[in-house]
Design a protein. Structure first.
Length: 147
C-alpha cells in the first residue's frame, strides 16, 4: 500500500529541510516528538518523546540530499498495532514552486493489513509543519496514539 500527501508551504527549501530534520524545531516539539540523527546516508534516526525518552520510531536514512530529498526506512513503535506493521518507507520530496515549496510525502511499502494509525497522522503533521513555517507557531498537539 502507498499513501501520498502533498502540501504547499510558503517557505524556502532550506527552512523546510531544517524544520523536518532539526531535533528541537517547533514542529517536532508541538507534535510531542524529538528526531535525532546525523542525517547522512545509511545513518540511523530515532523519533522519541522528549519528556520520557520513550522511542516512538526508529529507522535508517537511505537517501539524504539536503534540502530536496530524504528517503527513510522506518519502524513505528508508538503502539503494538503499528509496530506489527513492520518496516515501511517514507520519502520526503521538496520542490520550489514560486515563492513556496511543494512537499510531497510518500509513505509506502505498507502491508495491506497495517493498522491505519501508522499513516493517518500525516495530514495533521503536515498541517502543523505548514503552520509553523508560515506563522512561526504550530497548532497541532497530538497524543502518542494520534501520530
Amino acid at each position: 500500500m502507498e499513501k501520498v500527501f502533498k502540501i504547499y508551504i510558503r517557505t524556502t527549501p532550506r527552512r523546510l529541510w531544517a524544520a523536518i530534520t532539526a531535533p528541537d524545531t517547533g514542529v517536532t516539539r508541538d507534535l510531542g516528538t524529538r528526531v535525532t540523527s546525523d542525517w547522512t546516508p545509511g545513518s540511523h534516526f530515532e523519533l522519541s518523546d522528549p519528556g520520557t525518552g520513550t522511542r516512538l520510531g526508529i529507522g535508517v536514512n537511505l537517501e539524504v540530499s539536503p534540502p530536496r530529498r530524504l528517503v527513510q526506512r522506518t519502524v513505528a513503535l508508538w503502539s503494538a498495532d503499528v509496530r506489527d506493521a513492520g518496516v515501511t518507507r517514507v520519502t520526503w520530496d521538496i520542490e520550489t514552486v514560486g515563492d513556496s515549496c511543494r512537499l510531497t510525502v510518500v509513505h509506502d511499502q505498507i502491508r495491506d493489513s497495517a493498522d491505519c494509525d501508522l499513516y493517518r497522522g500525516w495530514p495533521a503533521t503536515l498541517s502543523s509543519l505548514k503552520s509553523h513555517l508560515e506563522t512561526y507557531r504550530s497548532w497541532a498537539v497530538l497524543p502518542a496514539s494520534g501520530r
